[in-house]
Design a protein around this ligand. Structure first.
Ligand code: FDA
Length: 307
């Protein structure tokens, strides 16, 4: 019951101000978002690579309101890419982007988001790495997939995300599996209506398995985005049945969640990528992490009371 309430709050400006200003918020936020600047995230990249992990870096931010903010977001990624170029880890450190942060929801947003994301994808390719387009709420997805297709004409390694909770996703998976895309499959983190999405957890899990099977049997590169132990085991089995080698798919998890499992899978020889978000505009990302596990909220509230 708490999850949908927190997700609704994640879009509220009033709540944003309240939560962001609370003095005890910071240590709780740091569990999921380990830094605010490139300087703070570089040592985290180095440490993760040193442990045999890979990363996808996300400069947090979404729901921007002006083209200037969208340009600022683009520049933040370009700054990150410059630093990653110096580190020289290639695809071990790729990036995830939310097109809403690049202006997708503004007037003429589709073109604006494409114009802002293209230089980021170009710069990433120039240092030997790549970009994955995150999936946001269902109203944004036709535009996201069109931008993905457009970018893949010049940069076929550009990835995208699909969400198991949406009814449309099996069809999207078939198309993407046939055209050889890099595709991250996740359960889905937004509050979606019953007309477009499964609401029941077990229905979402079943859809996840059906979709993962399509990806594994297809021509693309599946990226299994989940912390769910059952789905991870099923992913390994589906990969084995599809005859995929260990470097023909990968696991992805979020920074701060099941960190021991990251290391266990990497030690087993799996490619394990940690989605690591950083930046100052962390509110929306943080609230989705709270919504996924209400125990996180209790931890947060308890820390407010005991301070
Ligand atoms: P589930 O929610 O069932 O969790 C399984 C177990 O993992 C839990 O029992 C708990 O132990 C642990 N866990 C999960 N979430 C936790 C949390 N927040 N705090 C503490 N423990 C937690 N969504 C989206 O809509 N668009 C996107 O682009 C992405 N991108 C993305 C990238 C990557 C790498 C991951 C792993 C996830 C996403 N997501 C996403 C989020 C995704 O949709 C989903 O909300 C979360 O992954 C939680 O679902 P699980 O599959 O982990 O299962």
């Amino acid at each position: 019951m708490l999850g949908p309430v927190i997700l609704a709050a994640s879009r509220s400006d009033k709540m944003r101000k309240l939560v962001s200003a609370a003095p005890v918020t910071k240590p709780v936020v740091n569990r999921f978002i380990p830094g605010e600047t490139v300087d703070q995230v570089v040592p985290i990249v180095e440490e993760a690579v040193g442990k045999g992990l890979e990363l996808t870096l996300d400069v947090v931010g979404e729901d921007i309101t002006t083209p200037e903010q969208a340009a600022h977001a683009r520049d933040a990624y370009l700054e990150l890419i410059e630093r990653l170029g110096d580190l020289g880890h290639g695809t071990k450190a790729e990036m995830s982007v939310k097109l809403s942060m690049f202006g997708q929801a503004l007037e003429g947003g589709h073109e604006l988001a494409l114009a802002n994301v293209r230089p980021v994808v170009e710069a990433a390719a120039a240092i030997g790495t790549t970009v994955t387009l995150d999936a946001e709420d269902h109203t944004t997805l036709d535009s996201m997939f069109a931008i993905h297709e457009e970018l893949r004409k010049d940069f076929p390694q550009t990835g995208c995300v699909i969400q198991a909770y949406l009814f449309r996703t099996e069809a999207d998976a078939r198309r993407l599996a046939a055209n050889g895309s890099r595709v991250r499959i996740v359960k889905g983190a937004y509050k979606e209506p019953a007309e477009v999405a499964y609401q029941d957890k077990s229905e979402i899990d079943k859809a996840y398995v059906r979709i993962l099977k399509i990806l594994m049997e297809g021509e693309g590169y599946p990226m299994i985005g989940s912390h769910d132990p059952r789905l991870i085991a099923i992913g390994q089995e589906l990969a084995r049945r599809a005859g995929r080698k260990l470097d023909e798919y990968e696991f992805q998890m979020l920074y701060g969640i099941r960190s021991e499992e990251h290391l266990r899978l990497a030690a087993e020889g799996h490619r394990m990528r940690v989605y690591t978000a950083y930046g100052t505009d962390w509110y929306g990302y943080f609230m989705r992490r709270l919504a996924e596990k209400p125990a996180n909220l209790l931890f947060f509230v308890r820390s407010m009371i005991t301070k």
